[in-house]
Design a protein around this ligand. Structure first.
Ligand code: COA
Ligand code: AMP
Length: 629
């Protein structure tokens, strides 16, 4: 079957299409109803099906002759270690750690926060939660204590799992210190913390609250998998929204497993026994889906990389790993390749390695600039596939289907709609726009299995954020257009979310911090284009009258406040003082116009602007301060 027929089938008969895909998994009991609506009038998948994601990822493969195959390769240039775990070994470790959790009273439906670096124990912890039906919520290590506290208060975990430390190239991150501060700030009380001590940093444990990971594991009894309803949540992953409060994206077990298998078969085109590597972090959705769940459900070998594309130790790390572990399919963010290209423009490192096993590279997380895509495809001579998705979808929504029919690549486009996603470009009054007309990227309901069914305990916000803007559709928050051949081009967020080095961040969260400085009367944080990180945040602040601090001092303080409260990952390194901000007469700050000025993109000021002359002032200020293009 070709792409178009396959796609049409998925849109014309979604229930029959996904029933066929679901049959590829080993359910304990197969769903009675494939597509239905719940009590909130929201679409759901696979009613009555029972299964367990950990069983599909591990037990199933051990029972079916894959026990001695390597499941995970932990490659850590920052600690100079490589460790391999077969499916059998991983199953033993996960069962034991599930026993640890069970002994601590963890049951199906409990939530558990995981704040850990890229080490095997993190994967073991996620799978152990899945085994028991506990809902994990992994928080990325680059977020600060305050962000961790917000997530603790929303997810209300029974336990928190952590490690003593992480390594950022050579800088040691004291995780326990961050955890202690977060627990102090949070109002929700955690019953216990389980701490994995790393060789390079021993964390002091609080008597009665903190427990040593290894000691607990030594005394544990293995725990078996718990059969779960398809609709039972597997995890909550917080992602940036347009307010200071992150959104708790819920992922259900059943739809997720089907989506993971489907994407490996058709999008990535990778088979059991092959090697898949997503160079991301388990704190992001890419890490959940394509370091942990999808490769294991598919029976692949997955690589867990604790390092960076450069400086650990050099710009040849990616190529070394691809050669050494015989990687077949590789996935990362474009920013990683921009960093490599900058460090090694003539590909001297690349020449030292043999990459014959590598079939395809996938890029996502941010818009892939055409020059990086062309550089990669000229250098490597294999398909370089830009594909588009979000934390909300959990798997690709626009791509080129390497596992079905590779269509010609158009640089700048993320490809065509993935089966299951009726992607439409809508104008403000909800009409579908014609070829090459730019509008909002929306998806006609129902969304495919694996997409968020709801937000964690916040149906009202779910409906308001995603369903209300265009009734009958899911609103992605991105803008874009479709060309005459059905290729979709994503042009960027149309809300105040930014993408910094492939990391999704909210400018509203940063604004809250900047606005809390005693000297600041009002502020706007905008994301401006950056040649390495795609976008970087810049703060524009108006001082309270009578404030005397110097601009240099103020900038230093604001940088440190954002680092301390949002985290280093925000990469907030610039703040400038301005006399006033551009606003509409009703007081709304015109952030998009500020972005356009910085990025030198032409714009038309709205007729509602309060005072046009502020735009000229801003242009001069940005020129003087070297902000923007
Ligand atoms: N724990 C603690 N701190 C972290 C962290 C973590 N897990 N991850 C990042 N940080 C810190 C970094 O140390 C850095 O701190 P600094 O300001 O003191 O230098 C800051 O957060 C910004 O990190 P990052 O955006 O990663 O920038 P970088 O300069 O260290 O590296 C790249 C630049 C391009 C090499 C890097 O961003 C990269 O590898 N990007 C790939 C992105 C990716 O995989 N995204 C996932 C979506 S697919
Ligand atoms: P996240 O939820 O962190 O995966 O971020 C999702 C957002 O990243 C999307 O809404 C887009 O703005 C952006 N994004 C992801 N992949 C792409 C891509 N291939 N092209 C353009 N933008 C992308």
């Amino acid at each position: 079957m070709n792409y178009q027929d396959f796609y049409n089938e998925s849109i014309d008969q979604p229930a029959a299409f996904w029933e066929k895909q679901a049959q590829k998994l080993d359910w304990f009991s197969f769903p009675e109803e494939v597509l239905y609506k719940d009590e909130h009038d929201l679409y759901r998948w696979f009613k009555g099906g029972t299964m367990n994601t950990c069983y599909l990822a591990l037990d199933y493969h051990v029972e079916n002759g894959r026990g001695d195959q390597v499941a995970i390769i932990y490659d850590s240039p920052v600690t100079n270690q490589i460790q391999k775990f077969t499916y059998k070994e991983l199953l033993e470790k996960v069962s034991l750690f599930a026993g640890v959790l069970k002994a601590k009273g963890v049951q199906k439906g409990d939530t558990i926060v995981i704040y850990m670096p890229m080490i095997p124990e993190t994967v073991i912890a996620m799978l152990a939660c899945a085994r028991l039906g506990a809902i994990h919520s992994v928080v990325f290590g680059g977020f600060a204590a305050h962000e961790l506290a917000i997530r603790i208060d929303d997810a209300r975990p029974k336990l928190l799992l952590t490690a003593s430390g992480g390594l950022e190239i050579t800088r040691i991150i004291d995780y326990m210190d961050i955890v202690n501060r977060a627990i102090e700030e949070a109002t929700h009380q955690i019953e216990a913390c389980i701490v994995f001590q790393r060789d390079f940093l021993e964390a002091p444990l609080k008597e009665g609250r903190d427990f040593d990971w290894v000691s607990l594991t030594q005394n544990a009894k293995p725990a078996s998998y718990v059969p779960l309803e398809a609709s039972a949540p597997l995890y909550i992953l917080y992602t940036s929204g347009t307010t200071g409060k992150p959104k708790g994206i819920v992922r259900e077990n059943g739809g997720h497993a089907v989506a993971m298998k489907f994407s490996m078969d058709y999008v990535y085109g990778i088979q059991a026994g092959e090697v898949y590597w997503a160079a991301s972090d388990v704190g992001w959705v890419v890490g959940h889906s394509y370091i942990v769940y999808a490769p294991l459900i598919q029976g692949c070998t997955s690589i867990l990389f604790e390092g960076k594309p450069i400086k650990t130790p050099d710009a040849g790390t990616f190529w070394r790993i691809i050669q050494e572990h015989q990687v077949n399919v590789f996935f990362t963010a474009p920013t990683a390749f921009r960093a490599i290209k900058k460090e090694d423009p003539n590909s001297e490192y690349l020449k030292q390695y043999q990459l014959s096993t590598l079939r395809t590279i996938f890029l996502a997380g941010e818009r892939c600039d055409v020059s990086t895509l062309n550089w990669l495809s000229d250098t490597l001579g294999i398909p370089i596939i830009d594909h588009w998705w979000q934390t909300e979808s959990g798997s690709p929504m626009i791509s080129n289907l390497a596992g079905m029919e590779l269509i010609p690549i158009k640089p700048g486009s993320a490809g065509k709609a993935v089966p299951g996603y009726n992607i439409c470009i809508l104008g403000e009054d909800m009409q579908e726009l014609g070829a090459n007309e730019e509008g909002a990227v929306a998806i006609q309901l129902p969304l495919a299995p694996g997409c968020l069914p709801n937000l964690w305990q916040d149906t009202a916000r779910f409906k308001e954020s995603y369903l209300s803007p265009f009734p009958g559709y899911y609103f992605s928050g991105d803008g874009g257009y479709k060309d005459e051949d059905g290729y979709i081009f994503i042009t960027g967020r149309i809300d105040d979310i930014i993408n910094v080095a492939g990391h999704r961040l909210s400018t509203a969260e940063m604004e809250e911090v900047v606005a809390s400085h005693t000297a600041v009367a009002e502020c706007a944080v905008i994301g401006i284009n950056d040649p390495l990180k795609g976008q970087i945040p810049v703060g524009f602040v108006v001082l309270k009258s009578g404030m005397t601090c110097t601009e240099v001092e103020l900038e230093k303080e604001l940088i440190s406040m954002v680092r301390d409260q949002v985290g280093p990952v925000a990469s907030f390194k610039r703040a400038v003082v301005c006399n006033r901000l551009p606003k509409t007469r009703s007081g709304k700050i015109l952030r998009k116009i500020m972005r356009n000025i910085a990025d030198k993109v032409s714009y038309t000021p709205p007729s509602t602007i309060e005072d046009m002359s502020v735009l000229g002032e801003l242009e001069t200020l940005m020129l003087e301060k070297h902000i923007g293009a």
